[in-house]
Design a protein around this ligand. Structure first.
Ligand SMILES: CC(C)(COP(=O)(O)OP(=O)(O)OC[C@H]1O[C@@H](n2cnc3c(N)ncnc32)[C@H](O)[C@@H]1OP(=O)(O)O)[C@@H](O)C(=O)NCCC(=O)NCCS
Length: 133
């Protein structure tokens, strides 16, 4: 049974092992916990005491929000957890005018299903800092 929570109370770095799959130089679990703490909004998907998915949003709290990170552990994918995290995050951001994210084109159908629209974007990636500052 998956539970969803927006609190980081009692969450430890060692509960965040296994994320950033495929990243050559990923943030450590300790850095991951800092990222979650500094985000304006965070949601965790919990299987008992294990964190199996998360989504973050950064925001000015007035007009704009950006969703930089959404991930579900491979062992828990294809069970609707990612969609539920996104539905709940969009509900948390419902008063915000612009809510943006970037994704590969193969994921656009996934985000369309939770009510987002296709767009185009631009980005910079500083790969030397992929594990965080
Ligand atoms: C994207 C992600 C969060 C989806 O989580 P999930 O819990 O499996 O999502 P759901 O079960 O709600 O939906 C799964 C559906 O999403 C779509 N989907 C998921 N990953 C996909 C991918 N890489 N390409 C295309 N479609 C994808 C499929 O339609 C899939 O349907 P299926 O289960 O019938 O195969 C998860 O695959 C993940 O963590 N991926 C790695 C990190 C990532 O890509 N994050 C998004 C960054 S923009």
């Amino acid at each position: 049974m998956i539970q969803y929570q927006n609190s980081l109370k009692n969450i430890r770095a060692d509960q965040l092992e296994g994320f950033f799959v495929g990243w050559p130089n990923p943030p450590t679990p300790t850095t991951h916990l800092k990222i979650l703490k500094r985000a304006a909004h965070v949601l965790l998907a919990m299987n008992g005491s294990s964190v199996v998915g998360f989504v973050t949003a950064i925001s000015d709290g007035i007009l704009c929000a950006y969703i930089p990170l959404l991930e579900v552990l491979p062992s828990h994918q294809h069970q609707g957890i990612g969609s539920e995290l996104m539905r709940r995050m969009l509900e948390m951001l419902r008063e915000i005018y612009m809510i943006d994210l970037l994704c590969d084109s193969d994921l656009q159908a996934f985000y369309s299903k939770v009510g987002m629209e296709k767009s185009s974007g631009m980005l910079v990636r500083n790969f030397a800092r992929q594990s965080g500052i």
